[in-house]
Write a protein that binds this ligand. Structure first.
Ligand code: Z5A
Length: 223
């Protein structure tokens, strides 16, 4: 890391969940909440987040003529992540900014690992090569029944379905189960939010988690 001596590294907050869980909506809400608490936050997403990583996103999401195996899809997710971490996430954290990221490596664990059956050992080996030493400080897992998420996502859909949106419900059930298993293994980092509730109720649950994070200035802020 190239962090200046005495300067505190920012925190990485990630949002996870199945399609339509409300990650993008809640990610914007988290940034606004941090801003109101005097914290400069960068909002970003995966796959993508930088110009070059967005090009990889297009390759991995677009449904074209050519097939992508589960292993190739995994490699592309980590290629985009490597570009993103190197060019956006690490520099922002080193400046002392906070980063709010719509999906990160837990998405690979859940989608490629749980959904597609990719060997977890491959995923963990790539994670350690690509961003070893960098883990989210806090992950908000927006959990809801698959039909509710798919209904939300599809009611908002315009245009052709991408490679994930065209998957069957059973795929998303495996992804959801994998996310919940991850949360069970890392309860200190991954906070399960009931995302089936109205947005105001979701925001209250998220706020309760954010209030326990170490806010610059030293103390843990409690209302
Ligand atoms: N992927 C992967 O396989 N492996 C990886 O490592 C990574 C990603 C990083 C990215 O697609 C795809 O890449 C993703 C996994 C895969 N595919 N899937 N599925 P994306 O970024 O285009 O799609 P997404 O991440 O699934 O996001 P989304 O469909 O846009 O959903 P969302 O961000 O969770 O939800 P939203 O846009 O905030 O909300 C959806 C709608 O619901 C919207 O109209 C909201 O106003 C509404 N909403 C939100 N919250 C509520 C509540 N609480 N009540 C009622 N209505 C609500």
């Amino acid at each position: 890391m190239t962090q200046a001596p005495g300067k505190k590294r920012g925190s990485l907050i990630t949002l996870e969940g199945i399609e339509g869980a409300g990650k993008s909506t809640v990610a914007r809400w988290v940034c606004d909440w941090l801003g109101r608490h005097g914290i400069r936050a960068t909002l970003t997403r995966e796959p993508g987040g930088t110009a070059l990583a967005e090009r990889v996103r297009q390759i991995v999401l677009e449904r074209g003529e050519e097939q992508l195996s589960a292993a190739t899809e995994t490699l592309l997710m980590f290629a985009a992540r490597g570009i993103h971490v190197e060019n956006l996430i690490r520099p922002a954290l080193d400046r002392g900014d906070w980063v709010v990221c719509d999906r990160f490596t837990d998405a690979t664990r859940a989608y490629q690992g749980g959904g597609r059956g990719v060997d977890p050992a491959l995923i963990e080996s790539l994670a350690s090569q690509v961003h070893g030493g960098l883990q989210p400080d806090c992950t908000l897992l927006l959990d809801l029944p698959v039909p509710v998420g798919l209904e939300r996502a599809r009611s908002r859909q315009a245009g052709a379905l991408d490679r994930f949106e065209s998957e069957a419900q059973a795929f998303f059930e495996r992804v959801r189960a994998a996310y919940l298993a991850l949360a069970g293994r890392e309860p200190g980092r991954i906070h399960v939010i009931d995302a089936s509730r109205p947005l105001e109720a979701v925001a209250r649950q998220v706020e309760a988690v954010l209030e326990r994070l170490p806010i610059p200035g030293g103390a843990v802020r409690v209302r």
